[in-house]
Design a protein around this ligand. Structure first.
Ligand SMILES: [Zn+2]
Length: 211
């Protein structure tokens, strides 16, 4: 069983999720967009030595800005996982958009695990499954763990992510939304921005998912 703590970080309010495997206390940090005191305090309290992974839904600056500090605080032990074709975003300010928003692009971020669709990531006794959901970026992914669905900027409460960025593709995004809608059963949707939702709610109400 997992416990999910949501933290809203950075100038455009990314949702970072601290996911803890209840049996072992092992931690995965999803999208640490900015290393702010609330993230530092939350992870210090839990123990930086408990962090096994930094999981990235995609490579945009607002989702990755705190990765290097989190990894440093673990003594370099936490493994950074991103979809295999998205890894170049971690060292390219034009792809991750840090060049657009800051005077200097981000320093490079190391990727340790290059993910493929269907990959399983073990966190203590819990397991994340990778779902490749291109569209917002070509290497965007969702993570499924138990009844939690971490959707990054692919699926939002009543909306979907933008498709006007490098490697974006609206048709691919709609295909990904259909794939998510076709998952069996209901999930809690933990998106990259704005409110959490449920998959059943989105199937009924999200204008991009209803049709
Ligand atoms: Zn994004």
């Amino acid at each position: 069983m997992i416990n999910v703590t949501a933290l809203t970080l950075g100038p455009i309010a990314v949702n970072c999720y601290v996911v803890t495997d209840k049996d072992t206390g092992r931690i995965a940090v999803i999208d640490p967009g900015s290393f702010e005191p609330i993230l530092d305090e939350t992870l210090s309290e839990a123990g930086f030595d408990k962090i096994d992974y930094v999981l990235l839904t995609h490579g945009h600056y607002d989702h990755i800005g705190g990765v290097n500090q989190v990894v440093e605080k673990t003594g370099g032990k936490a493994k950074v996982a991103i979809y295999k074709t998205e890894a170049p975003f971690l060292s390219d300010g034009n792809l991750n958009l840090s060049s657009r928003h800051f005077a200097n692009p981000y320093p490079p971020i190391r990727s340790d695990i290059l993910l493929s669709d269907g990959d399983k990531i073990e966190l203590g006794s819990s397991v994340f499954t990778v779902l490749h959901t291109p569209g917002h970026t070509s290497g965007s992914i969702c993570f499924i763990c138990e009844n939690s669905l971490f959707t990054g900027d692919t699926l939002f409460f009543n909306s979907v992510g933008r498709t006007d960025f490098p490697t974006s593709n609206f048709d691919h995004l709609m295909g990904s939304v259909r794939r998510i809608a076709a998952l069996q059963g209901d999930y809690i949707v933990f998106p990259g921005h704005n409110s959490a939702s449920t998959l059943d709610y989105e199937r009924k109400h999200n204008p991009f998912m209803r049709n």
